[in-house]
Write a protein that binds this ligand. Structure first.
Ligand SMILES: *[C@@H]1O[C@H](CO)[C@@H](O)[C@H](O)[C@H]1NC(C)=O
Ligand SMILES: *[C@@H]1O[C@H](CO)[C@@H](O)[C@H](O)[C@H]1NC(C)=O
Ligand SMILES: *[C@@H]1O[C@H](CO)[C@@H](O)[C@H](O)[C@H]1NC(C)=O
Ligand SMILES: *[C@@H]1O[C@H](CO)[C@@H](O)[C@H](O)[C@H]1NC(C)=O
Ligand SMILES: *[C@@H]1O[C@H](CO)[C@@H](O)[C@H](O)[C@H]1NC(C)=O
Ligand SMILES: *[C@@H]1O[C@H](CO)[C@@H](O)[C@H](O)[C@H]1NC(C)=O
Ligand SMILES: *[C@@H]1O[C@H](CO)[C@@H](O)[C@H](O)[C@H]1NC(C)=O
Length: 441
């Protein structure tokens, strides 16, 4: 009742955050999405397979919940001529999206759909601008729980009068601490991006979703344009900061680097989204560990994007890592882990191939410490407690290795031989009493 009231009231005033009922969107979404695995080549079977694998592989028990349909699900040529509703492609979804939603719900999971704040989706299917209320009502009636809303094919009369930095480059140097320093030809300093047409396009759909008698998580796929970090929290539960990730190590690194400059904007109810996971799509196991660990630590939505039926056990274990998922889903601490030191490069260096290497974050069970090795060969990495926020140099702490679950007992620093592209990680718990470290051996 209180939340319902908050929802109703806060959305009328600008700047207030999007707070949905039943805590939906309070924590990062955990799920699966079809795009990275199948792109446009989708059928209902893939979604039912992902949903069944969630149950079968224990991913559901680990907290994964959303099975999300991306682009290309509808009739490509037309809306319904009398109602203007979007039409499911019945070759791909023989029982319609409503039928698929029912089957996914039967497994105790939720289902997501996709559209764009333009005339067509990125793959050229009918999209939602001008049809927001009709589409939101259609999805609600079908039982949809999540919307990914893209930014393709924006009509010219909706273009913005001035622009932000477009943070899509792998090598930009105009973003410092999350602020664009290149204002040449761009919006003036202090410009309120929440007044942009882009912000308005995304608010119209937010309000259409909120008008439904159904809680639908709203995920903005807005590519980081028009200063979305300044109005994303008021508009959706998460917002993308870039174009599409691809299944390469360079892409993972570039997005990790870029996202690391936006982490001040992350807390409960509003998450930056460095795009979906590529675990299972050709990364080595070391790269998969780094990708998953840092995405979880940044409190990003964690949407798997691979054929789960073909995924090997090592990768499944990464996706189910209980320490990282617990950090990501912490009910008490909303803020992400952040770099406490860059490492190879000076602190705050924006570098798409050498992102920050030394990370920490607070959680209900202690401090998560991650040490990332960007080099190709094995390196010795050390976390000195005097450098880690909230830990005290010279003190000894209990620590657990997040990959093995091994209990290190009481230690005065953390050190590991970290393979190339890999990330070592520990959950550092309570400070040890003097007598404890006597019995450590
Ligand atoms: C429906 O999907 C099939 C591919 O599965 C495609 O051949 C067909 O053109 C689609 N129909 C429409 C109307 O988009
Ligand atoms: C663009 O044109 C459409 C259709 O006429 C109209 O509904 C919409 O409000 C216009 N957008 C802006 C920002 O003026
Ligand atoms: C970035 O922020 C850090 C921490 O607040 C600060 O020490 C550093 O000077 C900032 N860098 C720039 C270029 O503003
Ligand atoms: C809203 O949905 C709930 C549960 O699905 C239902 O019980 C209720 O009658 C609906 N209210 C309206 C106004 O449709
Ligand atoms: C986003 O809004 C929520 C709900 O009001 C708030 O708890 C959170 O701190 C906000 N995030 C940031 C980064 O301010
Ligand atoms: C803390 O530990 C408990 C017990 O193992 C676990 O259930 C919970 O998820 C953990 N929370 C965090 C944030 O690590
Ligand atoms: C990124 O950092 C590495 C390591 O310091 C350096 O060799 C490389 O030249 C940097 N890249 C750019 C584009 O500055």
């Amino acid at each position: 009742m209180l939340l319902k009231l908050l929802t109703d009231l806060t959305l009328i005033t600008s700047g207030a955050a999007l707070v949905l009922q039943d805590n939906v969107g309070k924590l990062p979404a955990l799920g699966w999405n079809s795009w990275n695995a199948y792109h446009c080549d989708i059928t209902e079977d893939q979604f039912l397979s992902a949903a069944n694998e969630f149950v079968h592989l224990g991913l559901k028990d680990a907290g994964y919940q959303y099975v999300n349909i991306d682009d290309c699900w509808s009739d490509k040529d037309k809306r319904d001529e009398s109602t203007n509703r979007l039409l499911p492609n019945l070759t791909r979804f023989p029982d319609g999206i409503k039928g698929t939603a029912h089957k996914v719900h039967e497994l105790g999971l939720k289902i997501g759909i996709y559209s764009s704040a333009g005339t067509q989706t990125c793959a050229g299917y009918p999209a939602s601008i001008g049809f927001e209320s009709i589409d939101a009502a259609t999805w609600s009636e079908w039982g949809i729980d999540y919307l990914k809303y893209d930014n393709c094919n924006v009509p010219s009369n909706w273009s913005d009068s001035c622009n932000d930095c477009v943070p899509d480059s792998m090598h930009r140097d105009d973003l410092v601490n999350g602020t664009c320093t290149n204002t040449n030809g761009l919006c003036p300093p202090g410009y309120d991006f929440s007044t942009s047409n882009t912000a308005e396009r995304f608010r119209i759909m937010r309000d259409a979703l909120l008008a439904q008698n159904r809680t639908i998580l709203y995920s903005l796929c807005e590519w980081g344009e028009a200063g979305v970090q300044t109005w994303g929290n008021a508009t959706g539960s998460s917002w993308r900061t870039s174009g599409d990730i691809d299944p390469t190590w360079q892409s993972v690194l570039a997005y990790l680097n870029q996202n690391s400059f936006y982490l001040n904007y992350v807390d409960f109810w509003g998450r930056i989204d460095p795009d979906m996971l590529e675990v299972g799509n050709g990364l080595t196991i070391q790269e998969a560990r780094t990708h998953f660990a840092l995405w979880a630590a940044m409190k990003s939505p964690l949407l798997i994007g691979t054929d789960l039926a073909k995924l090997d056990q090592n990768n499944i274990d990464v996706l189910k890592n209980k320490y990282l998922l617990a950090f990501n889903q912490d009910e008490v601490y909303g803020k992400p882990a952040t770099p406490y030191k860059w490492g190879t490069n000076p602190d705050w260096t924006f570098n798409a191939t050498f992102p920050a290497e030394y990370w920490s974050g607070s959680s209900s069970n202690g401090t998560l410490v991650l040490l990332f090795n960007p080099f190709d060969d094995t390196r010795t990495k050390t976390a000195n407690f005097e450098e880690v926020p909230n830990l005290v140099g010279g003190a000894r702490y209990s620590a657990i290795d997040i990959w093995t679950g091994g209990d290190l007992g009481c230690v005065d620093s953390l050190q590991a031989e970290v393979e190339g592209h890999d990330t070592a990680g520990w959950l550092v718990g309570t400070k040890c009493e003097r007598e404890t470290h006597v019995s450590e051996m």
